[in-house]
Design a protein. Sequence first.
Length: 561
Amino acid sequence: MRRTPRTRRPASRRDSRRRGVPFPSTGWWGRVAPITRRRSSSNAGSAALFSGRARVQPRRGHSRSQRKSPWEPWADVGKLTQPTKGCQCGWTVASRRRFRHSLQSYRLCGSTPGGVLGNESEKGYSMTTAKTDITIRHLAEHGGELVTLRGWLEGGRSSGKIAFLKVRDGSGVVQVIVSRKEVSEDAWEAAKGVTQESTVEVTGTVNLDERAPGGVELHATEFSVLFLTEDYPITPKEHGVAFLMEHRHLWLRSSRQRAALRVRSEVCQAIRDFYYERDFTLIDSPILTPAACEGTSTLFETDYFGDPAFLSQSGQLYLEPAAAALGKVYCFGPTFRAEKSKTRRHLMEFWMVEPEVAFLEFPGLCELAEEFVQYLVGRVLERCATELETLERDTAVLERYASEPFARTTYTETIDFLQAQGQEIAWGDDFGAEHETLVGEHFGKPVMITHFPSAMKAFYMQPDADDPKLALGLDIIAPEGYGEIVGGSQRIHDHDLLLRRIQEHELPQEAFQWYLDVRRYGSYPHSGFGMGLERFVAWMCKMSHVRETIPYPRMLNKIYP
RNA sequence: UCCUGGGUAGCUCAGUGGUAGAGCGGUCGGCUGUUAACCGACUGGUCGGGGGUUCAAGUCCCUCCCCAGGAGCCA
């Protein structure tokens, strides 16, 4: 069955329609009353900008004389950047449009706005003594130095004498102190009028001060607004999940989201490092596939020049032939499941890492899986301390997961345990989410469950030599209610047995000829497993839902933004 | 697909068949080495859509749409 993904309108458009308000074509987020004002001001502003005048119409209730601060900063940028010698693009006058152009031109010039690659002497700034290559993350190492930062305003407040502004540059957040008597009138007005998530540039002295959050602050000597943001939707107050998901592209800027995505990034790097250090070869399995890998889950169907093709739900089957070529291989990429799952543990598009090892048999597979998970937990502890603190994650339990051997049990023992707990479950049944949670809680650490009934597992799993009713499969259940994060098995290497299983599962035999070939030419025992990245990251971050561990989650019937 | 809970101001939510509310945000002013500051004023509504009952519906009934959580399935 073909599934046509539904597209959703942006929230702003839908909301304005609901209220019967014409949605301005200029794309402004708007409330009802000010729309005409916004529209005209934005148009007028744009026109002015395009004609080279770096001035925007004053906001409601502001006469130009009363309130020039929000617009003056553009002139500041012009002043600051007028003598830009290092840039060949001729960017001189500040405007919104040209600011955007400046980002491109910096890229073309091999430098960046933050000065990460730039040479300060080439920038031609008036404050050539200020360092422009220091990020907030490393600010504490530069106490007493004069630095220039560019970033976004996270929040702040101002009075008649002093302004406290939280500036984020992508590496961290720092409080900037703008004292009226220590900066120019323009800079003071800019600091006073700046709004949440405006783009700003600040030059100042790095102050190691106990009164500042984090112990570091920047005492501004210059401050300017590069882009004045109006009506940023996500305020410092509480929001519902639906609202935040509609604004996922902006929600990413929030501290918890940044922390979770950094943990994700570190886990991805750790995955690659783990396999690289152990001489695995990366094999990118295809995303477009001709048939179901396991034949059970629902797949996303696409049109492949008139033939159906499906988005991959696993790279495993493609890894097995590669293991005969390269011995130890792994794949790590997105996988797709069109199941109508609607829980905190499910995404339609998620990332999975799957190792596959030639001549590795079941006991070795269990060791590899445990070593792998513990390595990842250790790396998160080692390199994401700041993020775990932001997420208020208890690191003591993570330390335990990283060092203590996992609990090990069998399917049959687990059924006995669950029945003793009063659960209505019989031998042969699969575990539900509640069962997994009970098992995880009982052991208080990751649990490896092995030896499942063959009937409930995938067709390719090797039967146990001692009891052919059982399959040499393993699941790792994460504690704290995160459920199954790893699933794997030793694979059937006997051609005839595999063929029989394909027939028993009523799978299209002709589609699996290439898979059977692995057993026809130089067959070998081999094993592998898969780990869901988002579930693992959610567990590390102790997040209640996997959707916050991937930048742009794809969920049931939701594909915006 | 099924079960449960929801949809009221930009956001988070109260609302007992009888005048549409609060906090936050925003705007203006005041004040402050502030930590989601605080104080005052102002601003803000298709009560998800449609239909019905009633003198009167945000509230009761029917129907549809949407959202959240869960089940099944899975990582």
